[in-house]
Ligand binder design. Structure first.
Ligand code: NDP
Length: 794
């Protein structure tokens, strides 16, 4: 072709990147990789190997070891041995190691980029300009956190050995999201890359050796699902950090239930890309390219659902089709391609099947006129229009270059459609009206909201999901909490801090003869009779009956959950407005102090003086959370793009609480009040043996301007009722303060819709001690951070 012709056609020629250095790296390892354990390369226990394939050419790159359970055991032992030394280094010393890693990644960035593109099939432009710079940034950022840990995380300490399992879509980036914060907070790690994409993790192991990272701090074990399982189930691992499918996330939640292992799960998504009629449609088109054709659409937060205002839909579709026609699919090492190869045949098949399903279900499918190259696993960019919101392709994560478009007529409908998914990872909002964007952002249930931008990431900002997109955050200060535990946890005990007393009380404190009334339940701001019509007798510790209480069942739970959802009157209030109500509750409790103290004494056989103290501490605790209601706020993150990134703590939704048995009033207050302080609605199941302080509390709520439905109280068999709540699809979180077995049950049952859980694993706190019974840790558990990226200074 002549230069003149090129000027006419404006067609790009190929611009191949050399693979020479990457091939040298592979040759240095004889194209056969061992495991990286205790700072050295080690042969796997089994001879079984996996092939690493270049998906753009189908050519074999190398053989990768498959770690057995025994290998995992050795890696964990190495990490355990390295732990004491690593966590006792000063923050500064750890920072220097992380800084050294960051520098080495920058120095070898082209090698990492090429290797990643070869192994994964993603365009070199993306690995070179996005993945690898973000990896280096992550290590720099967390070098800073290591340095600052003593000051910024003074009440927290490292967890121990962390098991980390990552997917194939951003291999080295996901490694950095996992390893950098873990190391910075003084933990050691055993990481498993995905079967399809282990190579950059193995090159990273070389970097760890080069910088002289102490042996055993980072261990890389390659393998498939069985290797992952061995990590998840290893008893010496204290935390699992996982990114991958929701299906495997649920398996991990269930496998770790009751073990006390901390977990963070970053799972799938079906993120909405919302376009209002005033948006700059040309920018929108480029945004869509980044949202769904970046990394071939194999992105957990891909903007895979286009929701467009009806009046501009046809115009936008036309522009999208024109842009799609110009997109180039091809070899990942060609700098002129936009879309690379799909990671593996199995993923290609999944995409193809879902696209066929979309056509079968009646949606309109459009693909460009050109054909994809035949020498690799390629799939063309695809647009579906006329998609029904309930169709498979609108609900299921396709994880490929497939955009499904739907229209809306009103802002309300846009929000409804956006939230019509089990996921909640990310969303982008496109409009020239900043008021509209910031009105919609808080209404979207997602961990990240981008305004007029999409797929922007930075180490300073937390990333993670709501609902079935998982829990926990990666990045930013919020991400650090996933790799630490409160120092105070050391003080919690298997036995109660309350000494059992069977002593007979002075006459004045004893309950009146006989049973004077039966308490109802409290649902939607009203007292209601139990559906089953049953009650149970409450006794004092000496076995004397002191009251009759309603015995709630699953129907009562259903009603309570419905009532908790029925009002938005509480969650939407400002911190100041919530504080007003909390102060009012405390004031009304104070007026009835004597009555509450007597009731506590009847239930526990403690002296009136000590019961009065419990009421006093309860009042003070309510004051604490009233004070916090407008002070537990977010941050503006210093991200690297032209954005302000607002990290806002938001309510989780409807939370079920099983209140502790100790301290009938204080136990109830200490768990329910922090939840409503953060704007959640609560279904509380009070202590089964001492529920009367909670049932007396109805009247305090009625006189304190608490909107009906904010706090719902169902009495009965606590562990049975909380199990119903843990299974309930409309409950977003469960707090449980009871037995070890009960904690396990809650974690197990909550996996179905990935509820956030906060359980005590049978360990007791001293609720009278403010260090045990209150604090920002409760508020952190009661909220989730949404990061909103707003253009700033652009
Ligand atoms: P998986 O969730 O299966 O894999 C993620 C990681 O978990 C991999 O390292 C995998 O190992 C490992 N793994 C698999 N099973 C287990 C197990 N039982 N216990 C412990 N670890 C396990 O995702 P896939 O790669 O199979 O992709 C399937 C689908 O998941 C995709 O089509 C996509 O929809 C979604 N996905 C979502 C991602 C996200 O970021 N949200 C990322 C990747 C996929 P190995 O791969 O080596 O077998």
């Amino acid at each position: 072709m002549k230069v003149k012709d090129i000027f006419k056609s404006m067609a790009y020629g190929p611009a191949p990147e050399s693979a020479k250095e990457a091939e040298t790296f592979l040759a240095d390892h004889n194209k056969e990789f061992k495991l990286f354990i205790n700072g050295d390369w080690q042969k796997a226990g089994s001879k079984k190997m996996m092939d690493s394939i270049n998906p753009a050419t189908k050519k074999k790159l190398a053989k990768i070891s498959v770690a057995t359970a025994k290998d995992v055991d050795q890696a964990v032992a190495a990490a355990k041995q390295a732990l004491t030394g690593w966590k006792s280094l000063s923050g500064h010393q750890r920072a220097r190691y992380l800084y050294a890693i960051a520098r080495q990644i920058q120095k070898h960035s082209r090698l990492f980029s090429v290797l990643e593109s070869l192994d994964n099939g993603k365009p070199i432009r993306e690995t070179r300009d996005i993945d690898i710079p973000l990896v280096a940034r992550h290590f720099y950022h967390h070098a800073g956190w290591a340095q600052l840990m003593d000051e910024e995380m003074a009440d927290y300490e490292s967890i121990g050995v962390i098991g980390q399992i990552i997917p194939w879509n951003f291999p080295l980036l996901m490694l950095s999201w996992k390893i950098a914060p873990a190391l910075s907070m003084g933990n050691t790690v055993v990481l498993k890359p995905a079967e399809f994409t282990s190579l950059t993790a193995l090159l990273f192991a070389d970097i760890c050796k080069q910088i002289g990272l102490p042996k055993g701090v980072v261990n890389i074990v390659t393998g498939a699902a069985e290797t992952g399982e061995a990590i998840v189930n290893h008893p010496d691992i204290q935390k699992i950090a996982f990114t991958g499918s929701t299906e495997v996330g649920k398996i991990i939640r269930r496998a770790t239930a009751g073990t006390g292992k901390k977990i963070s799960l970053e799972l799938g998504g079906k993120s909405p890309f919302i376009v209002f009629d005033d948006a700059d449609l040309d920018s929108v088109v480029e945004g869509i390219v980044d949202a769904i054709w970046f990394n071939q659409g194999q992105v957990c937060c891909a903007g895979s659902r286009l929701l467009v205002e009806e009046s501009v839909a046809q115009k936008l579709y036309k522009k999208i089709r024109a842009r799609m026609e110009k997109l180039r699919v091809g070899n990942s090492l060609d700098k002129c391609i936009d879309i690379g190869a799909i990671v593996a045949p199995v993923q290609l098949k999944t995409i193809d099947q879902l696209v066929k399903k979309g056509v079968e279900e009646g949606s309109q499918m459009w693909q460009p006129s050109w054909k994809c190259p035949a020498d690799g696993y390629f799939y063309p960019p695809t647009l579906f229009t006329d998609v029904s919101p309930s169709s498979t392709i609108a609900q299921v994560e396709i994880f490929g270059p497939v955009l499904v478009a739907m229209t809306f007529r009103s802002h309300k409908e846009a929000v409804k459609l956006a939230n019509n998914t089990v996921y909640g990872l990310a969303a982008s909002i496109w409009t020239e009206n900043i008021n509209l964007a910031l009105d919609i952002a808080p209404q979207i249930k997602a961990g990240t909201v981008w305004v007029n931008c999409t797929n922007v990431f930075d180490a300073a900002s937390g990333f993670g999901g709501y609902r079935e997109s998982g829990f926990g955050r990666e990045g930013g200060k919020e991400g650090l909490y996933e790799y630490v535990k409160p120092r105070i946890n050391r003080e919690f005990k298997k036995t109660s801090f309350v000494k059992a007393t069977k002593k007979k009380l002075a006459k004045a404190a004893q309950s009146p003869k006989g049973i004077d009334r039966t308490t109802k339940m409290y649902i939607g701001g009203k007292q209601s009779r139990p559906d089953g019509g049953y009650t149970y007798t409450v006794t004092d510790p000496s076995g004397n009956p002191i009251g009759e209480v309603s015995k709630g069942n699953r129907k009562d739970i259903r009603n309570a959950v419905e009532a908790a959802h029925a009002t938005k009157n509480w969650s939407g209030r400002t911190g100041h407005a919530k504080a007003q109500v909390l102060y009012f509750i405390a004031e009304n409790l104070f007026i009835r102090k004597e009555e509450f103290a007597k009731r506590i004494a009847h239930q526990t056989n403690q002296s009136i003086q000590s019961a009065e103290k419990e009421v006093d501490v309860s009042i003070e605790r309510i004051y604490y959370y009233a004070g916090m209601a407008d002070k537990y706020d977010g941050r503006v993150h210093h991200t690297t793009s032209r954005n302000v990134t607002l990290a806002m703590p938001e309510s989780i939704g409807v939370i079920a609480v099983a209140c502790p048995d100790e301290y009938p009033l204080l136990g109830f207050i200490s768990t329910v009040i922090p939840l409503i302080c953060m704007g959640n609605h609560v279904v509380a199941v009070p202590s089964q043996q001492s529920p009367l302080s909670a049932t007396d509390f109805y009247q305090v709520l009625d006189t304190s301007d608490v909107p009906g439905g904010t706090i719902n109280i169902v009495t009965g068999n606590r562990d049975e009722l909380i199990s119903v709540l843990a299974k309930h699809d409309d409950v977003d979180g469960v707090w449980f303060f009871g037995s070890e077995a009960g904690s396990k049950q809650v974690e197990l049952l909550s996996a179905d819709n990935m509820k956030c859980t906060f359980v005590n694993h049978g360990k007791h706190r001293d609720w009278m001690n403010s260090k045990h019974g209150q604090g920002s840790e409760f508020l952190r558990q009661a909220s989730q951070i949404k990061n909103i990226w707003v253009p700033y200074g652009a």
